[in-house]
Every structure is written in C-alpha cells, then in structure tokens.
Design a protein around this ligand. Structure first.
Ligand code: AR6
Length: 168
C-alpha cells in the first residue's frame, strides 16, 4: 500500500472509497460528515437509515465501519466509521486505530483500490491532531488488504497536513 497525505476537500477526492468520520447514530452531522452527506445527496442518507435499522440499538459501535454507495460523490462508496471522543483520562487510541483498520477491511471487501481518509476524531471529537495522525498511520499499517493499493489522507488545512506528513 502506498500511503500519502494531501491537502484538500475529501468530498472531491477521486478514489474508490471515501471514509466518513460519522457518529454512532449514522444520520449525518457537522464537519466532514455534513460535507459528505451534502455532496453525496439523499441516497447516501437513505442507505444509512437502512443500515442503522439493522444495527443493535440503531447504533454503530465506535471503531467499527459500514459501507454505502456514494451518491453524487466522485467516489464509488462511502465507508462510515464512528471515531472515539477524546478523553484525557482514558486511552481510547485502540478505538481510533480500529476506525482505520476496520474501514480498510470493509473497503478491501468491496474490492476498492484507493481509499481516502479524513483526520478521524480530530475535529468535533477533540483528538489532538499530532496524535490523531500517529494513530491513523498505525491503524492503516495494521490492516491486511488484498485490493487496496493507495491510502490517501485528505486533510483540510496546512496544520493537519503537516501532522500527517510527520506521522508518515
Ligand atoms: N474534507 C477533509 N477534511 C475535512 C472536511 C472535508 N470536506 N471537513 C472537515 N474536515 P470532524 P470528528 C476535517 O469534526 O472529530 C460530526 O458532527 C476537520 O478539519 O468532521 O471525527 C459527526 O457527525 C477535521 O480535521 O470529525 C460526529 O458527530 C477532521 O475533518 C462528529 O462530527 C475531522 O473533523 C465527528 O467528529
């Protein structure tokens, strides 16, 4: 797998799979989740609703991942994962790494060759950016894949890009 970091808007990424930093309720939100649903359109939300109906308690456990098609996005699929909320008292980093490993497992199962990730948990969920980047790279490197050849971290600003470049 080739791993690289670029600056940009993930909704415009020309890849097979875009990973969404969602929440366990799966029905959209702010940040990158809001941007993916806005750009992807109502079909993505409708598929999320259907997936949610099949989950225990209607919730996706943090660190796990599910796939929908990508609606109007250039990508073919969106893989939705719910990151952990940052805690200074509890080490939740295994859950954050799992978001990356599980998302890649799901993407690989779809036959995806290229996957774009945002900086999961590094926005609303408050994870310190430098460590979010370290966990992201570790989570990706822990994945065993057959089809995925490229993992692209698509970062919204220069600070996030610098953090991921350092982690890589
Ligand atoms: N492209 C790439 N990165 C983006 C984009 C974009 N279009 N928009 C934002 N980012 P966040 P979280 C960056 O808050 O911390 C939602 O309400 C952003 O700058 O989107 O996992 C969900 O529904 C930051 O670096 O995700 C959940 O409730 C990174 O994406 C909650 O927020 C992640 O920020 C998830 O919080």
């Amino acid at each position: 797998m080739l791993l690289r970091a670029v600056r940009g808007d993930i909704t415009r990424a020309d890849v097979d799979v875009v990973v969404n930093a969602a929440n366990p309720g799966l029905l959209g939100g702010g940040g990158v989740d809001g941007a993916i649903h806005a750009a992807g359109g109502p079909d993505v939300l409708a598929e999320c609703r259907a997936l949610k109906a099949g989950l225990p308690g209607g919730r996706l456990p943090r660190g796990q991942a599910v796939a929908t098609t990508a609606g109007r996005l250039p990508a073919r699929w969106v893989v939705h994962t719910a990151g952990p909320i940052w805690s200074a008292d509890e080490d939740r980093s295994a859950v954050l790494r799992s978001c990356y490993t599980e998302s890649l497992r799901v993407a690989d199962g779809l036959g995806a060759r290229s996957v774009a990730f945002p900086a999961i948990s590094a926005g609303v969920y408050g994870w310190p950016l430098e460590d979010a980047a370290v966990q992201a790279v570790a989570g990706v490197r822990a994945a065993a894949v057959q089809h995925v050849q490229e993992v692209r971290f698509v970062l919204f600003d220069d600070r996030a890009l610098a953090a991921f470049e350092a982690a890589l």
